[in-house]
Ligand binder design. Structure first.
Ligand code: ADP
Length: 321
């Protein structure tokens, strides 16, 4: 595949070089041809016996003026044509580069998904084997079952994300809003998530947080933001809810590695992950923020990514109430 892409790139450059060379060659030929015609016309005038010398000079001067005009016209038209040619090649190359980047991201996604599916499955299998083959005291059994539950939750989260992405792509996400108190719902989600991550999660809520909202959609947004906050920071995660003036602002703030300004717009794209495969330490699929952004849009809300002070990132979701 890579080899094939290299051939295509090479072919595009060869074609581009050939077309440009051809262009200059034909421009040169047209100049030459015009020069020849003018020179022939001049000879006809010079050797024409029935034309007065003074008139000959005038006619030759006219021919020179016509030739100068033609040169200008060829140069102008040629310049425009060259510009169109280069723009065409630039667009072809850009589209090809985009295709390459997407193919690479998809390949990385497949590798990441395989790994992410494999590790919880392997852990679940091992835990079940331990439980069936060994007789453990009750507290150990509970601990192993707890871990198994967390691994199955991870699996569930990943599969949910993949399904949500494919549903979004096909026909958008159908929302079923219901009237809920987001303070209560968020607290439930925080409690559920707290047992799965080492970071301490602190929730603060302020104002009227009753809203008509699709709970599955809200969970998808919230879970992905919490997942990232826990993945990219070792510290406390602050979740805040602020209701009032017809909207609810839900923020997830971490004190982790942060997102550079030039990456903030890019991280919302499907499969996009900051850094390269060789430098990246954390596992992931590049689907999380793509889903968050699309779900926020479906809910007619807005998503803002800001720097936390002194370090980290704040994801702020504003939903209409
Ligand atoms: P991933 O599965 O890689 O986490 P996401 O779509 O959730 O995919 O995020 C895209 C990229 O944005 C991540 O690879 C990471 O580089 C960056 N990112 C997301 N959330 C955070 C965060 N809280 N802190 C730092 N970087 C983040």
């Amino acid at each position: 595949m890579q080899q094939q892409n290299r051939y295509i790139s090479f072919f595009i450059y060869v074609l581009m070089g050939y077309a440009i060379m051809q262009f200059f060659w034909w421009t040169y030929l047209i100049f030459e041809l015009n020069a020849e015609i003018i020179s022939l016309q001049k000879q006809i005038i010079i050797f024409g016996s029935d034309i007065a010398e003074q008139q000959k000079m005038r006619l030759i001067n006219d021919l020179d003026a016509v030739f100068a005009k033609k040169k200008l016209m060829i140069a102008g038209e040629g310049g425009v044509f060259l510009l169109i040619l280069l723009t065409g090649f630039y667009l072809i190359k850009r589209a090809h580069n985009k295709e390459l980047a997407l193919a690479k991201q998809e390949q990385n996604f497949m590798l990441a998904v395989t790994h992410e599916l494999n590790s919880p499955l392997a852990a679940i299998k091992l835990n079940i084997e331990t439980l069936t083959k060994r007789s453990l005291p009750m507290d150990k059994v509970k601990m192993v079952l707890g871990r198994t539950y967390q691994e199955s939750e991870r699996l569930h989260f990943l599969v949910n994300n993949i399904l949500a992405a494919s549903r979004m792509e096909k026909k958008g996400f159908e929302l079923f809003p219901e009237l809920v108190d987001l303070k209560v719902q968020t607290q439930l989600l925080v409690d559920k998530y707290q047992s799965a991550v080492p970071n301490e999660i602190i929730l603060t809520a302020d104002g009227d947080c009753n809203a008509e909202i699709d709970l599955l959609g809200f969970e998808l947004i919230f879970q992905n933001l919490l997942e990232n906050a826990a993945k990219y920071s070792d510290d406390q995660i602050e979740v805040s809810l602020k209701g009032g003036e017809g909207k609810i602002i839900c923020s997830v703030a971490d004190k982790g590695i942060g997102i550079p300004d030039h990456e903030k717009g890019k991280v919302l794209a499907k499969f996009y992950r900051v850094g390269s495969e060789s430098t990246r330490k954390s596992k992931g699929t590049g689907l999380g923020l793509y889903l968050v952004n699309n779900m926020v849009k479906e809910m007619k809300g807005t998503l803002i990514i800001k720097d936390n002070v002194p370090q980290g990132t704040i994801f702020s979701v504003t939903l209409p109430n």
